[in-house]
Design a protein around this ligand. Structure first.
Ligand code: ADP
Ligand code: NI
Length: 222
């Protein structure tokens, strides 16, 4: 099977698996990460497009958040799928590594990527967590988990271990302070940083307006 067909079959597999996902890990998210990864790859020297595309398509294949905290569920599912398609071992290993390393694990936990393809897929995934879509996804996730939008009595936490980050059940607004506002400075590629600027700015504006409305400041001003 040639590379083009491996990518097409993988896209079909993931589309079927994620079509009715309601937590913000839907097929549309995967498609955006796939498209963005391809665009970043063309602007970044020395990147293997095949590994990049497979990493983007498979990065959320079995997220630990939905597999009882099992961080190896994703790499394992990707290996099984690619192995069945006859993909060579070296490629499988690089895709597994992307899935293993991609997740945010708390603001105090560094998440370096060991390959340039991984840097691109992580950047693309993080670009989709900020900006207008990032705001929408955060509240979709919070709703899915039954969390309140905001509670001023619950202070954000600077998680310095993955364990503490994983156990977090805070209101959705806290997620901006615990993760989303930190993503811009953790991007790897200049191409992704350029895209992030406006998205980050939009999130700051969203938060300022949200808190103004929460306090009724704009109502009182009228
Ligand atoms: P990524 O796709 O960057 O690995 P995750 O899988 O952690 O991100 O999360 C997927 C989406 O759900 C992202 O948009 C993320 O911001 C959102 N999300 C994850 N955890 C929370 C949370 N505790 N509250 C609100 N949104 C969350
Ligand atoms: Ni993702």
């Amino acid at each position: 099977m040639d590379n083009r067909e491996v990518v097409a079959r993988t896209a079909g597999f993931i589309e079927a698996k994620f079509l009715n996902e309601g937590s913000g890990h839907d097929w549309a998210h995967i498609q955006r990460v796939w498209y963005t990864s391809q665009a970043l790859a063309t602007q970044t020297p020395g990147v293997d497009p095949f590994v990049t595309e497979l990493g983007a398509l498979l990065h959320d294949v079995a997220d630990w958040k939905f597999h009882a905290g099992d961080e190896e569920a994703g790499p394992r599912a990707a290996r099984e799928w690619l192995n069945n398609l006859g993909v060579e071992e070296a490629v499988i290993q690089r895709v597994e590594m992307i899935i293993r390393e991609i997740s945010f694990k708390g603001v105090g936990v560094p998440t370096p990527m060991s390959t340039p393809e991984g840097e691109i897929v992580q950047d693309a995934d993080r670009l989709d967590a900020i900006g207008a879509i990032g705001v929408a996804r955060a509240f979709a996730y919070g709703g899915h988990k039954g969390r309140p939008l905001h509670d001023p009595a619950v202070a954000p936490i600077a998680h310095d271990s993955f364990e503490s980050y994983k156990q977090n059940t805070a209101p959705t607004i806290n997620h901006f302070y615990e993760k989303l506002l930190h993503l811009q400075e953790r991007l790897h590629t200049p191409a992704a940083r350029a895209v992030a600027r406006q998205r980050h700015q939009f999130m700051e504006e969203f938060l300022a307006q949200f808190l103004r409305e929460w306090e009724g400041e704009d109502v009182r001003a009228n």
